[in-house]
Design a protein around this ligand. Sequence first.
Ligand SMILES: C[S@@+](CC[C@H](N)C(=O)[O-])C[C@H]1O[C@@H](n2cnc3c(N)ncnc32)[C@H](O)[C@@H]1O
Length: 261
Amino acid sequence: MKAIKDSRFFETIVNYYVRSPSVTLCRIPELELLSQIQLERPVLDHCCGDGYIAATAFSKTIIDAGVDINNEQLAAAQQRGNYKRLERADAGVALPFSDEEFATVINNSGIEHIPDLEVAIAEIARVLKVGGKVYLNVLNSRYFDRWPLNPETAIIYKKFQPFYHALNEEDWRDILEQHNLKNVTFTDYLPESTSKMLASLDYRYSAHYFRKRISPLLILERFLPTSWLIQRWRSMLENLPWEATPGTGSGFLICATKAEV
Ligand SMILES: C[S@@+](CC[C@H](N)C(=O)[O-])C[C@H]1O[C@@H](n2cnc3c(N)ncnc32)[C@H](O)[C@@H]1O
């Protein structure tokens, strides 16, 4: 089973997210799986954020379009220069694209943050061509089934992320098939031990940054040299396995194909 240190992205990511080891831990499997996708053009990066993950997974590729709700993220993506077109929209309301405009839609770690999943999936199905593919990289229900901390903290975490849809395979298949997105497959990542490590790290760091709940340890980290921190994350994360057998990962890459009506 492949470990974090086996990833060709590890050094880049551990240096980039030096203040957020939990982000390093979840981005490695996401990048490993995203980078294996054969992108058929035109491509839409749905909830593109600042474009860093797409630029890292698909280096030297200019993506046809990106959409996000957050202006700051879009400005960063614009500056990065890896999209032909960027649009601001609430993907849970409507996408600013024509019917059947794209052959591929990718969403990395974004769809779970949209409250109205029905509309978000219907809109993805609308903008996809028949035969086009959607790829969703998400944490699933097992992430919360395996939550290693007090159960109350999972409720708090879901609220401040905010994390609306921790679904299992059956739930995802149902909602995708209802919108004519068929041949649904799942590629799992994050086995139980790694999932627990991610949850405890992510709770601690996101409570500090998102909820402004002051952690003396994390304040101390600001004064430590980045080289020391990077070494610390390397030894903490490098031996954790990221691959998982089908039905056992706390995250998966979902793929579905738009069928003829
Ligand atoms: C965890 S970030 C992931 C960003 C990027 N895909 C990546 O992998 O780095 C989630 C992104 O979803 C965007 N987002 C959340 N809700 C959204 C909505 N309703 N419509 C469009 N974008 C949304 C956020 O602004 C954020 O950029």
